[in-house]
Design a protein around this ligand. Structure first.
Ligand SMILES: Nc1ncnc2c1ncn2[C@@H]1O[C@H](COP(=O)(O)OP(=O)(O)OP(=O)(O)O)[C@@H](O)[C@H]1O
Ligand SMILES: [Mg+2]
Length: 318
């Protein structure tokens, strides 16, 4: 549904987006995750035809956004970082205006505007001027204009920025309910948002894609599945030596859980679950087994790992 190939955007000497490629299947929600200045907004502006790329191509709903911009735009709803509201129009007038320019037939217009205002929780400000809205309500109206013509593809640049916690939850639910019929790309720097809303994540840093995967695979992949956290009560014993001899174990290191006594990280061969053997070894020796669990990295840790690894590589190249 969305196909991005080798997309590059240069602003003078700054390369904002650097050879970015990814696909989004129909009905999928893809999260675009990256720190400030990573190139998220730039990529989205290219996808929605607002700025041209320097290189590469983007196909949205079957249309190349450079060669067939009108067809591509007709099938896309876009919530920019700053929603494009007209300050002197009321919310209803504005949405009616958007419905008109997006080609919603006159007979459907009122019904459509009402439905969308209800869905995005902005019906209570229908008569308010757009220029007088709070940040959260501007965001809600921005979302309303993006979904108004029921587009195949939604591109949402930080859809929950500036919303209150209740509204954040409602907006995430709204986005999830739109998936399936709609293909959605959203950007965020909030990690839990990605885990809760998206089926797949693209992590972008300095304009480059550093990881693409499901939130679950990302958390399992980088460190995770094959590392166990073990805490034993064995005063005076050489725990690392004993555990290091267990079949399948490749490394035992003190866990750095703020100095919890007897806590270790035990790494094993890939795909090998050594929990039973570890437990047996510990219990057979008469030690107390206080805790034994697989370690999974949080998305925060992964994000830091992939974004700082790249920093380190860059520093090494420089
Ligand atoms: N019009 C422009 N002219 C020059 N540089 C630009 C322009 N727009 C963006 N940039 C630069 O491109 C890079 C990527 O910016 P972009 O806005 O895409 O980041 P972002 O990931 O959306 O960040 P944020 O999380 O802060 O919204 C930044 O270094 C930015 O300064
Ligand atoms: Mg941005």
């Amino acid at each position: 549904m969305i196909e991005v190939q080798h997309l590059t955007k240069r602003y003078g000497k700054v390369t904002a987006v650097d050879d970015v490629s990814f696909r989004v299947e129909k009905g999928e929600i893809l999260g675009f995750l990256g720190p400030n200045g990573a190139g998220k907004t730039t990529t989205m502006r290219i996808l929605t035809g607002y700025i041209p790329a320097s290189d590469g191509r983007a196909i949205v709903a079957g249309y190349d956004v450079f060669d067939r911009p009108i067809e591509a735009k007709r099938r896309t709803g876009y919530l920019p970082e700053t929603p494009p509201l007209y300050p002197d129009m009321t919310v209803r007038e504005y949405l009616d205006f958007v419905a008109r320019i997006k080609g919603v037939p006159a007979s459907d217009r009122k019904g459509r505007v009402d439905a969308v205002m209800a869905r995005t929780h902005c019906a209570d400000v229908a008569a308010r001027h757009c220029g007088k809205l709070s940040k959260g309500y501007r965001q809600r109206v921005g979302l309303a204009q993006a979904v108004l013509h029921n587009p195949d593809v939604l591109v949402l640049d930080e859809p929950t920025a500036g919303l209150d916690p209740k509204q954040i939850i409602e907006t995430r639910e709204l986005i999830r309910s739109l998936a399936g019929d709609h293909t959605i790309v959203l950007s965020t720097h909030i990690l839990p948002e990605v885990a809760q809303t998206c089926q797949r994540v693209v992590i972008i840093n300095h304009g480059r894609v550093v990881a693409v995967d499901t939130p679950a695979n990302l958390t399992a992949r980088l460190k995770g599945a094959e590392t166990m956290y073990v805490q034993v009560d064995a005063p005076g014993a050489d725990v690392p030596a004993a555990l290091g001899r267990v079949a399948g174990v490749t490394r035992v290191a003190p866990a750095d859980q703020r100095g919890a006594p007897g806590a270790y990280e035990v790494e094993s061969e890939r795909g090998r679950d050594v929990r039973r053997e570890l437990a047996r070894e510990i219990v057979t020796r008469g030690w107390g087994l206080l805790e034994l669990r697989p370690m999974r990295m949080s998305l925060e840790e992964i994000f830091l790992q992939v974004t700082t690894e790249e920093h380190a590589e860059e520093a090494a190249r420089a």
